[in-house]
Design a binder for this molecule. Structure first.
Ligand SMILES: *Cc1c(COP(=O)(O)O)cnc(C)c1O
Length: 240
């Protein structure tokens, strides 16, 4: 079903605003011209809207539920680079690796081992981020910061994964100061962990920042932001 023109227009407008706010945050952080990858999270919208985002130039799309990622990946054209950003169950790894080039939610050792086995079997080398619980909330997944110095040297057991950075989410309802502190914690951890990494593992990427807090994350060094709801503000999705 084609999108109504007002929905496509609104989407373009929202995307443009987000790109401007990204550029402004980079300027203010003294990072002008540095690349930040915008991952458009499509979990709230049907595939027609996701397809429109692709037409508008968003090649990197993210989903938090694996089943949604599979479904949209099968429906959408091949040029999309898919990111699994939410919790991934081990029994969904094989199918997810058929579509997702990036896994942001490498949040526990057994999952990393399953990813390794399935990537090797499929002959692929996905990009994987280590998710860290930077807010300390019980409900959030991720490695605890203090366990990572023991985990990182073991990454040499995972040759078929390209472990390339860290991912974190700020606390629900945290103040801007607290969020900035949490994002700063992720950047500090990256710097602290890099010397402990086996040869060939480079923690370049910091995937942090969502609709409500991406400028704060960019100020703390984010290289990837994952944005959903801000893209869809004012969209009347019931009619799409
Ligand atoms: C939903 C989701 C996002 C996007 O969140 P918004 O606040 O809608 O921008 C980013 N990352 C993860 C892991 C998510 O589940």
């Amino acid at each position: 079903m084609p999108l109504l023109p007002d929905i496509a227009e609104k989407l373009q407008h929202n995307l443009h605003c987000i790109q401007q706010r990204l550029e402004q945050a980079l300027r203010q952080a003294g990072r002008s011209g540095q690349p930040v990858l915008l991952v458009a999270v499509t979990k709230y919208v049907p595939e027609e809207v996701a397809a429109e985002l692709v037409r508008l130039g968003c090649r990197h799309l993210g989903e938090s539920r694996p089943q949604q990622l599979w479904r949209k990946a099968e429906a959408l054209p091949g040029e999309v680079v898919w990111h699994q950003v939410g919790h991934l169950q081990r029994n969904k790894v094989r199918r997810t690796l058929r579509y997702a080039r990036w896994i942001h939610s490498g949040d526990r050792w057994p999952l990393l081992q399953t990813l390794q086995q399935e990537a090797q079997a499929a002959g692929v080398r996905p990009k994987v981020l280590l998710q860290v619980n930077i807010s300390g909330e019980e409900a959030k997944g991720g490695f605890r910061p203090e366990e990572l110095p023991q985990i990182v040297p073991r990454l040499e057991e995972l040759p078929d994964l390209e472990i390339c950075g860290l991912m974190g989410m700020s606390g629900l309802g945290a103040s801007p100061e607290e969020k900035s502190r949490q994002f700063g914690l992720l950047r500090g951890l990256r710097n602290q962990l890099q010397p402990l990494c086996p040869p060939g593992v480079e923690l370049r990427e910091l995937s942090m920042g969502m609709s409500d807090d991406f400028p704060l994350a960019v100020a703390q060094g984010a290289t990837i932001v994952r944005i959903g709801s801000a893209l869809y503000e004012g969209l009347d999705l019931e009619r799409s």
